[in-house]
Write a protein that binds this ligand. Structure first.
Ligand SMILES: Nc1ncnc2c1ncn2[C@@H]1O[C@H](COP(=O)(O)OP(=O)(O)OP(=O)(O)O)[C@@H](O)[C@H]1O
Length: 673
């Protein structure tokens, strides 16, 4: 970069290692010995040392799957599971889905032959519902455990139980920080006690891997900035104009910042001298459909430098070949659930040291790299060492439901790695009780509660879907539920034309709201006389072809779940037929949604904002909702999130106020005369 920038001299210059020899290779034998000998092995290693890609292969090659069992490797994020499995398949010379595969929610790329399976930690939890002792696995590796995702924390607790019943199981926990002792202590028996005849010392060990593949030079700002996006754009442009070849990975906090940054970069690109190398910005965030996330892995064309603008989903386990430069704004958007108001807040906070290290580690994986931290070295030193565990700041209803279905009744005495605040557990139980999943004694109801736990949907939506047969709208709710799992990605701008998108949305919109609007999209897409499931039709209607295909597949999978539960698509009992017979299909869907989402009710005020039932919170329709412009009275909403001090609700449907007391009398505590 030019001399006159604000960065000081590089701080860390690490030793170069030839690419073929990953640091982990030197420890192969001792690692395999540890896994053979101890039920639990904690691996601590530099990012890029080869933990994720190599350990499963070592285990596979030394026979850990010879008896027909598999090796599971969990990841906190889908993109890591899919991309790392592709890499390992390539290294082993097999087709993805054969010996090496992956499994994420609604997408299973494995086969009878699969020996190494990458999956999200949440999905392995789901597998425990049908296979509580995880019998199909000889080794379970929990990767990136230091990130303390909700599912990986719960998984570690459950693995601790499973290990007691399965002395043959091996658990490998990989962590990038020095939390190793904490993880080891968690698993090991107390002093003087034994588990399966093993003492604390015999139960687990820590293996540390020194060194990394390539050096990464780290630069800090010499003085702090108060506009990190502007600084990021400036840094990216400086790299682009004055540094040698190599792609750039920029970390920002969320989709809005990604869009803003890409717009700002686009403005600067036009000022570049004619004929100079071009810069191709690519977004990467969790809400982006999987296939679009995969664009970032494609090689840039000749004379093109890729700029990937990402949230922290690109932070761990992902290797994007060609990334030489990392620009780290030093911030992340973290979820924090407010149990009193039932609102999820998205707070922009400084990253932890562990995160910053992981981010820097995205460079230097396939070549030496550079990382520009848009904060001072003193600010880095002042960062928290690790991220605040998700279990202490999340809506726990989905996970509580799953734990109960696994037979864990006493959630207070459950062996957590870090205890969740009791207010979060109480809120989760309250919600599950009002949804009918839990009875007054705090036990899971049968069959409703168990069925809700089995469906791969969050509890409110699961309840709605399971109620649909009594309203004679199961077919419609299956499509709506499938569309909801797309999380707002059904509509897209082609060529960035927002006006066309709005026009398309209006084409499908109905006065009842967003759910039935999405239903109309699904119907039109699958109608052989209209959308014909064609990409051309999607393009003409600002719709996301791949996402809609996914919805078709998700609907089929949900259908299969219901089939297994013996729930038929058009089975309206005669008593229900009398009750709902005279209603329009729209009204049945509206009522059915109320039975699941009554806790998410709000009323529009004259200024277009909404208030919650208790009147304590002001809410705003998200711009993607048809009620961003239109009037409504009472509504239920699917999602609620606070961003930058404003609370947005997504996916709204109008309802009648009376339905709230009709379908949730307990929740709204109506005094009967
Ligand atoms: N898709 C890929 N293309 C090229 N090289 C790759 C790819 N994936 C991995 N590698 C190489 O393998 C090395 C080890 O990657 P791996 O993901 O196993 O490391 P790790 O120790 O698990 O690191 P982290 O915890 O940061 O994910 C990388 O540094 C890189 O050199």
């Amino acid at each position: 970069m030019a001399e006159d920038d604000d960065f000081g001299a590089p701080i860390i210059a690490e030793l170069y290692k030839p690419p073929a020899l990953l640091p982990i290779a030197q420890l192969k034998e001792s690692l395999l010995y540890a896994i053979e000998t101890f039920p639990v092995t904690i691996i601590v290693g530099e990012t890029g040392s080869g933990k994720t890609t190599q350990i499963p292969q070592y285990l596979f090659k030394t026979g850990w799957t010879n008896d027909g069992s598999q090796i599971a490797v969990t990841q906190p994020r889908r993109i890591a599971a899919t991309s790392v499995s592709a890499r390992v398949a390539e290294e082993l010379g097999c087709q993805l889905g054969q010996e090496v595969g992956y499994s994420i929610r609604f997408e299973d790329v494995t086969s009878e032959r699969t020996k190494i399976k990458f999956l999200t930690d949440g999905l392995l939890l789901r597998e425990m519902l049908v296979d509580p002792l995880l019998k199909r696995y000889s080794v379970v590796m929990v990767d990136e455990a230091h990130e303390r995702s909700l599912s990986s924390d719960i998984l570690l607790s459950l693995l601790k139980k499973v290990l007691r019943a399965r002395p043959d199981l091996r658990v490998v926990v990989s962590s990038a920080t020095l939390d190793a002792e904490k993880f080891l202590d968690f698993f090991a028996p107390d002093d003087g006690e034994t588990i399966n005849n093993k003492t604390k010392e015999e139960f687990g060990t820590i293996v540390s891997i020194e060194g990394r593949t390539h050096p990464v030079d780290i630069f800090y700002l010499s003085s702090s900035t108060n506009n990190y996006i502007e600084k990021a754009v400036e840094t990216v442009m400086n790299i682009h104009t004055s540094e040698t070849d190599g792609d750039i990975l920029l970390f920002v906090t969320g989709r809005e910042e990604i869009d803003d940054t890409i717009d700002m970069i686009a403005d600067r690109i036009v000022d570049l001298p004619h004929g100079s190398k071009s810069l191709q910005p690519l977004p990467l965030y969790a809400g982006l459909p999987t296939d679009q996330q995969m664009y970032v892995f494609q090689k840039a064309g000749a004379n093109v430098r890729k700029l990937i603008v990402a949230t922290n989903i690109a932070e761990a386990s992902v290797t994007i070949d060609g990334i030489i430069y990392v620009v780290d704004t030093g911030y992340v958007k973290l979820r924090a659930y407010d149990p009193a108001l039932g609102i999820e807040r998205l707070n922009v906070v400084p990253v932890s040291k562990a995160s910053a290290t992981q981010r820097a580690g995205r460079a230097g994986r396939t070549r030496p790299g550079k990382c520009y931290r848009l904060y001072t070295e003193a600010a880095f030193e002042a960062l928290e060492s690790a991220t605040f565990p998700e279990i202490q700041r999340s809506n726990l209803a989905p996970v509580v439901l799953q734990l109960m279905n696994l037979g864990i009744q006493n959630l207070v005495r459950f062996d957590y790695l870090s205890n969740p605040p009791s207010a979060l557990v109480v809120r989760a139980l309250d919600l599950l009780f009002s949804l009918g999943a839990v009875d007054v004694h705090g036990r899971l109801t049968k069959p409703l509660g168990t069925r809700m736990a089995e469906l791969p949907l969050e509890p409110m939506l699961a309840r709605t879907l399971l109620n649909a047969p009594t309203f004679g709208c199961l077919s419609e709710m299956l499509s709506i539920s499938a569309m909801m799992t797309l999380q707002g990605t059904a509509f897209v701008t082609h060529d960035g034309n927002q006006k066309l998108l709005e026009k398309a949305r209006r084409r499908f919109a109905v006065k009842e709201g967003d759910h039935i609007t999405l239903y109309n999209v699904f119907q039109a897409f699958t109608n052989p006389a209209v959308g014909k499931q064609s990409s051309q039709w999607c393009r003409e209607n600002s719709l996301n072809y791949k996402a809609l295909l996914k919805a078709v597949s998700v609907r089929k999978q949900l259908r299969n779940y219901l089939d297994r539960m013996g729930i038929q698509e058009n089975s309206l009992a005669s008593s229900d037929a009398i009750r709902v017979g005279g209603m329009s299909m729209a009204e049945r869907v509206q009522r059915c949604l109320t039975t699941g989402f009554f806790a998410h009710a709000a009323r529009m005020k004259s200024d277009g904002s909404f208030v919650t039932v208790g009147g304590e919170t002001v809410l705003w329709a998200h711009p993607s909702s048809i009620f961003f412009h239109r009037k409504a009275d009472w509504v239920i909403y699917h999602e609620i999130q606070e961003t930058k001090g404003k609370v947005y609700i997504r996916d709204l449907t109008t309802i009648e106020m009376d339905w709230l007391t009709e379908y949730a009398p307990e929740y709204y505590k109506v005094k009967q005369k």
